[in-house]
Design a protein around this ligand. Structure first.
Ligand code: SF4
Length: 371
């Protein structure tokens, strides 16, 4: 249960004008729904015609698809990916508790990691499938990836309009600045107004600016915001110990720059807060229906940080994997057709249960947000 003080704070934040995340600005709700319907129509086509389609999954599909994605019948079947998530193979320079990125310490490069050429080629393939935005996470910290600016320059030539990079804001790196100069946008990790708490959650001593127009914040946020004011946003992950700070950050900085709030993966969190905080989940089609998450080993995963899925190398490339795998691989199928409780994909790991088949599971009626 939320404390009365936090409930009141959330209520205030709810009633304040909502700041869309960059993803929402660049890929509208309508575009997401349209892409999801294209992909679901493609799955229907595959279930009808592909001899490799799993009959058990087919039975589930015909039961769930219309409820989750009403209107998909009659839509052109095709793979449609307005956004892909890509993870660059790189170590991290901080050590957050509950890190789910696979940046296990000490991190080692392996021969199964994607190359720079692989990353760019995957973005090229995605552009052919309608991709407008790529979002870069690291297996560790993308700001340490030497070819970050080269990546941004290369993918923009394919017609990809936006590259969004998630960084931990621990160090101001030339690679990050090069990427910003090449037109990328960043979401920086800003979890708490307390340097000590940030330190305890990340096991590193962040430099903080304690007085200033952004309030107490990592000094790298100030430095980047000063030089690239229209390209910098914040990612606030919250759990019990930083929840009040997280909502204060949202209240304080939401009117100034994009703020993306999400439950801290790996920790149970209050469901109400989850539904409110993650802008892109509650009333949206499940994100695996309109985007793809590709790991630093070139695997199209079942969720944001899943290494389980289908390898692009073995699956014949992005189009082939996205066209066929959701009717063959049970995990991928579930990631598209089983909405986790509260409608938030971030909660999959925390809740460990699904509500497959429950009557209220649908594309639009979760009703968790009131904006
Ligand atoms: S900054 Fe990201 S990759 Fe690094 S430890 Fe924290 S959560 Fe993991």
């Amino acid at each position: 249960m939320l404390s009365p003080a936090l409930s009141a704070m959330m209520s205030d934040v709810r009633s304040s004008s909502r700041v869309p995340t960059w993803e929402e600005q660049f890929i509208s709700h309508e575009r997401r729904v349209k892409a999801a319907l294209h992909n679901v129509a493609n799955d229907a086509c595959q279930f009808r015609n592909n001899p490799n389609a799993d009959p058990t999954l087919a039975e589930k599909f015909w039961r769930l698809a219309e409820r989750l994605y009403p209107g998909y019948e009659g839509i052109e079947p095709k793979v449609d990916l307005p956004l892909i998530y890509q993870r660059v193979p790189i170590a991290c320079n901080v050590s957050c508790d509950g890190c789910f990125t696979g940046a296990n310490f000490p991190w080692k490069h392996t021969e199964t990691h994607v190359t720079f050429e692989d990353l760019v080629d995957t973005a090229r393939q995605a552009a052919d499938l309608g991709c407008e935005v790529t979002k870069i996470n690291g297996e560790g910290e993308p700001g340490l990836y030497k070819q970050l600016a080269d990546y941004v320059e290369a993918v923009k030539k394919f017609g990809i309009k936006e590259v969004i990079i998630c960084t931990n804001l621990y160090r101001d790196t030339q690679h990050m600045r090069g990427a910003l100069q090449a037109g990328a946008r960043i979401y920086g990790k800003h979890w708490t107004l307390s340097p000590e708490l940030m330190h305890s959650m990340t096991d590193r001593n962040y430099d903080y600016v304690r007085q200033g127009h952004l309030g107490p914040a990592p000094s790298v946020l100030y430095a980047l915001f000063q030089d690239f004011p229209n390209q910098v946003g914040i990612q606030v992950a919250f759990r019990d110990i930083n929840m009040q700070d997280a909502f204060r950050i949202r209240q304080m900085l939401g009117p100034v720059l994009p703020v993306y709030m999400e439950p801290y993966i790996g920790f149970p969190i209050v469901p109400d807060a989850c539904g409110f905080a993650t802008n892109s989940c509650a009333k949206e089609p499940i994100y695996t229906a309109w985007s793809a998450s590709i790991s630093s080993h070139g695997i199209v995963g079942r969720g944001g940080f899943s290494e389980e899925g289908i390898s692009l190398r073995e699956g014949g490339g992005l189009h082939a994997v996205m066209e066929q795998s959701f009717v063959i691989d049970e995990g991928l199928f579930s990631s598209r057709y089983v909405r986790p409780e509260n409608g938030c994909h971030c909660m999959i790991r925390a809740l460990k249960e699904s509500q497959e088949g429950q009557a209220e599971t649908s594309l639009v009626d979760l009703n968790l947000r009131k904006d």
